[in-house]
Design a protein. Sequence first.
Lengths: 368, 309, 328
Amino acid sequence: MNLQPWLTADVVGAWIAVFLTFCILSFLYKDNPFYKLAEHLFVGSSVGIVIVNTYYGPLKPNLVGRLWDDHNWWYIIPLVLSLCLFVRAASRSLSWVGRYPVAFVVGLYAGINLPAVADSNLLTQARATASDIVVERVDVNNASPGKLRKLPGFGSAVAAKVVGARKAIGGFKSMGQILGPYADGKGGLLPQEQQLSAPQLKLVSYAMSGPRGIRAQAFLGAYHSGSKDDPYKPEKKYFLFGILSNLLMLAGTLAALVYFYFSVPHKGAVGKVARFGIWTLMLGFGASFGYTVQGRISLAIGRAFSILDKDKADLHKNQVHSAYVALISIVLIVAGIIYFERRAKRRPPPADPSGDGGGVPNEELPQY
Amino acid sequence: MSATPANAAPRGIMERLRTMDRRWLFLCMGLAIVLPIFFPIGLPALPGDATVDTYDAVASIKDGSRVFMSIDFDPASRPELEPFAKSVLVQLKRKRCKIVIVSLWEYAPPLINGYVRSILQAPLNPGGPPDDPLNKIYERKTDFIFLGFKSGKQAVINTLGQSLPTAYPTTQEGEPVGTIPIMEGIRSVQDFKDSGILILISAGFPGAKEYVELLSRYELPIVVSTTAVSRTDLQPFYSSGQLKGLVAGMQGAAEYEQLVNPPGEQLGKKGLDVLNIGTLVIILAIVLGNLIYLAERRQQKRAQSGGAS
Amino acid sequence: MKKTLPLLLTFFVGVVGAMGYFVPAGGMTKLSSTLNDFGIIIAAVAFVLGGINIVQVNIPIVVRRRPDWGYKLVMLLSAVAVLLVGFRLHEFWSPAEKGTVSVSPVSDMLVGTPEAADTAIIVVDGGPRDLLVKIDGKTVLDPARPGEPARMPIRARVRVEKDAAGNVIPHVVNVSDTARTTPPRYDEYEVSISLVAGGEATVKPHLTYLLGPEGQPYLWLFNYIFAPCNATMFALLAFFITSAAFRAFRLRNVESGLLLGAAMLVMMGTIPLGAELSQTWLYRLQEWILSVPTVAGRRAIMMGAALGAVAIGLRVILGLERSHLGGD
């Protein structure tokens, strides 16, 4: 890419961004004026951004443009409904006017969601849970590329190469012929579309083993030409782990549904099934928590990269020097917090304007 | 019973740890995030089935196809979603695909315009051959179009499925959608079904879940990149086949970067190093917290049984 | 009137919204998509109303000098700043003509010189000095600084050529912002000039500084004020989740043990370190946890929630649920 050096305004902006980052991070120590300043800057700017984008995004093309340019007078309806919202906000006595746009929006979203959610979240999910309990192992010597790519470590590119290889050699005689290239990095098969490094090849070869690996999910039927006169029928074998997993999924879903069924007391057999259901839910919540944790850490990683200039090209790094700005910001903020804390200690507490010992709330006292 | 001297030291440590100022934990997490940046481990990501499926789904569309993208995230979610966004744009550029972009989040347009400028409208391989597709400068309205942001959440998505020009009568610059060459013949997102793919990059609500709920009846090929938090919410859609692929979080984005291998900085892969150590710190915090809890429970039981006798 | 009509409106809109799903015929699709568009507009206005409400609530605090009024003032000023640079206000004051051209058949520079026979002079002067000037697609370079664009005022000598029909081939002058700024700070001016040999044309661009959502000031505020604050606010969660994991995540019973165990396995399994240390067993195990028990539990929740959504949706459409309309 042809890089251009940043303008001075952008360099100064980057410095301000680093300073504001530390202002907000200072909240980890305690609430302080720097944090409050950054927080209010954030809220104010976000209000402006929302209004600008809302005007140029939906309002101008969908409302103003339709009325002014296209003269589509049906769009007076949303204009009137929108004005009703303003009337509701402005006048207490006329607030009933605001019911119309609310009724419209609530009805619309109820109508949109009702069949969609019923189909996508209920029927399709129920169908998916109940179908395909039996899982067959993939016959590497006969399967289509679509079936082959479902094997662990395969993808379209590898599946295509396997199909080519089995044609060339007249059918694989052992798993080693397919897995060999993964173990030593040699051979014509490339996992995905790029050559993996040695550590990656090691990981991929490990992935091939185990209860979900290729050795469990595939078998070798003898190679045959595929013509209808060919009498050979490869023996179908079943992927036991897959079948057990599907049964567990079905059982877990039904048990969790029983848990949410409160019309029957959860005692006896129903109680045991509900218990199994809650265990299934807990495993899911645990997985959800694990991912949530990683998601939160990722957000902090992004800021760290920004502060340490890892997200900038060398040309811009040498202009901004964010690390120095970070140090200066930390010093300023620490000094500022110390100053404000000392000032707060020296100041007397605010006098009670009500004169009665503070028992009665007074509108002049801060409400927040 | 009074505590013996042998019991006093461990109780003190446990008590101290239990009442420790949480700012020490913040400091540990801060160090766990900063130090691996200077001392990377460099372990590669192992692309998961869902990530490989996403890559395959995009790789298998015909070169030159029209693709629909909905980019719905804000600056807060950039570390998790930006590596995928950039990688998939590079992948589409390699295939010379034409791209129609929309957004349902009001904070996304500046980010999207940035990706357009830095990836679609910039040569990515300046030293390479002149006919390298990565060096093509995408023309607005013929090779790509960013139609803009619309509020309305599910109403927008529903309208996209029925009549795209109703939701987007013009671009944000006021050009009627019907006059844009890349939009020729497109009445709704259903028109992307046969030749293209729908790529959704979403950080929350509204986003991929709403797209799947409202558009799955059209049986569209949809792949999603989402934040790690939403992974488990979307997993059932992936398992049922409503999604053709699912990339989640910085981990998934790094896996996808590894598959696509885009030119330039690969921040997803760099972020994985930090994620390794940060996750270990959380695990240690959980383990330590539970050790303290179990030690307390044991002491309480001892105290109760000691009191009873 | 105050309650019946809104309920009828809810019913009508809800039925059309639902029918749009089942009836893909042209008329119903058009009606449904139009009502959806109305919903888009009303939702947009609600956004704007929310923004106005924030301003409405905070102005009295500033005016009456309530506690923290200084911060509220900062908030209001930053909102106003974004609004001022975010709207394309330059469209109100930008001149109709982005530039002027005056052509003289005789150039003082060329008069009496042999070059006057087949060249002419183009002068470009006006606006910021670092604007990029291109003549016939080529950037005018500074002879004193090789490879660098020339800064205004620019005097460039061009050849005057004629086509096969004997007409003078016009020269295209383009004035725009430099490539250093993306997006550009100024709009662009392009003009086609026909010159006679020995003549001179003076181009005075009157470029307008661009405001609006694609303008530099708005993007500056977005990239350097909003974005770092937005990202860092969420980055704080990484620290709070560490504290929460230490203090609150307790192994109290079987259920919490399953939750804890699944969380730890998933966390270790997804990171490359965990995959490497366990020779991918943890990685495969977390994939299994994600694709079997997690999906089972989530499906049950989704199906239950879907049933609830259907029930509530029907109640709303049929007018049995009226809480959204408020009291009398």
